[in-house]
Design a protein around this ligand. Structure first.
Ligand SMILES: Nc1nc2c(ncn2[C@@H]2O[C@H](COP(=O)(O)OP(=O)(O)O[C@H]3O[C@H](CO)[C@@H](O)[C@H](O)[C@@H]3O)[C@@H](O)[C@H]2O)c(=O)[nH]1
Length: 364
């Protein structure tokens, strides 16, 4: 692949295909690749949702960003797109990403996440692109199950606890199989939770940042949450897409854990997030009667709703990304406190300028 990062006249712009381009990671990755001079093709189920304003710093884009309507369950369309686009790099980010939804609809989750990955890899081989296209598969720390205090790395046994995790395990193993059996350059990123102001509100971090911003504007309805003591290794999505790109620039394909190496509870996230607007939380009661109360006013800011507890959930995740640090030279740049602050401040800004807010909200 001819690629010169700072050249005025790249010989030939590299071409990337991102599945799930309208999601949080798809947006960050498209931004990164466009900034590096790539031509970017994106697959989306509903391309109108792509936030083009986000790419405004690339001027007119001059034909460098292309969208295709395509579901990972639609093999014919996938094949047509791959045949025409002939990407140098494929980033498979499209997925049914919600653990709770996977418990309600395991077949759909498996079809998109597991069979969708196999479909893409099979087409790649069928088209004879295995020497031309490098393949990144977005896997998840969910494949490990509960960390139980022990950092999880590439050698950790897989122990998926829910259909989402099982589907990501299957996708992981499909990438390894195609790499070994067909010689495709296929690499798995085992991604721990990664958040940003573009996170969908159905995930706990964005749910919290939105509630804090609403509270700052006078909203009195308490934020309802499930397990406050669940712990996650939370990083910033911008850092994680950088690692995805680095993985495809290596000489050989391989699998990497991407994580911060820190774990924090939902409770800590809540406390820090309300702290951004100057509220200090005092916890009262226990179990489903526990409440988070504003220390100054006595107003109830957080309550527990058993509906948000999950039947099968990893109580804790904690990643060990030392291999990525050693071999990719990657380390996350945004720490936990700055992540929380950025998310809360972004939602405060959006609520102050709602029209812009609508344009900038992405979902995955
Ligand atoms: N969503 C949600 N989660 C809650 C809530 N209250 C507590 N939680 C807890 O907060 C934790 C994080 O939940 P999510 O933000 O929904 O993320 P996740 O299940 O950890 O999954 C995310 O990270 C994985 C690893 O990177 C991803 O693979 C997955 O797609 C998703 O992005 C879980 O333990 C969940 O039980 C709530 O009201 N809503």
């Amino acid at each position: 692949m001819a690629f010169v990062e700072h050249s005025n006249a790249p010989v030939e712009a590299p071409v990337a295909l991102i599945t799930g381009i309208t999601g949080q990671d798809g947006g960050y990755l498209a931004e990164l690749l466009l900034g590096k001079g790539y031509i970017v093709h994106g697959l989306a189920r509903a391309p109108a949702r792509l936030d083009r304003a986000r790419f405004s710093r690339f001027g007119e884009l001059r034909g460098r960003l292309h969208l295709h309507v395509c579901d990972l369950r639609d093999g014919d369309t996938l094949e047509n797109v791959l045949r025409v686009v002939r990407p140098n790099e494929i980033y498979n980010l499209a997925a049914q990403t919600h653990v709770q939804t996977s418990l309600e609809d395991p077949a759909y989750t498996t079809d998109v996440n597991a069979a969708g990955t196999v479909r893409l890899l099979e087409i790649l081989v069928k088209l004879g692109h295995e020497r031309h296209s490098r393949f990144f598969q977005a896997c998840s720390s969910e494949i490990f199950g509960d960390a139980r205090g022990v950092p999880q790395n590439e050698k950790t046994p897989l122990h998926p606890l829910n259909p989402y995790a099982a589907s990501k395990r299957a996708a992981f193993e499909a990438a390894v199989h195609f790499r070994n059996a067909t010689g495709v350059f296929a690499s798995n990123g085992i991604l721990f939770n990664h958040e940003s102001p573009y996170r969908s509100p159905s995930f706990v971090t964005r749910k919290i940042s939105l509630a804090v911003a609403a509270s700052q504007r006078g909203e009195k309805t308490p934020l309802s949450l499930g397990n406050l003591d669940a712990r996650r290794d939370w990083g910033h999505a911008g850092d994680y897409v950088r690692a995805m790109w680095l993985m495809l620039q290596r000489e050989k394909p391989d699998d990497f854990v991407l994580a911060t190496g820190e774990t924090h509870s939902v409770r800590e996230f809540v406390e820090l997030a309300f702290g951004v607007i100057g509220s200090r939380i005092i916890w009262e009661g226990s179990g489903v009667r526990e409440r988070g109360v504003d220390a100054a006013s006595g107003q109830v800011l957080v309550e527990i709703d058993p509906a948000f507890f999950r039947a099968a959930d990893a109580g804790m995740t904690l990643g060990d990304a030392s291999k990525a640090r050693a071999e990719l030279g990657w380390r996350p740049e945004v720490g936990f406190e700055n992540l929380v602050r950025e998310m809360v401040m972004a939602d405060i800004e959006r609520m102050a300028a709602p029209s812009e807010a609508e344009a900038r909200v992405a979902s995955d």
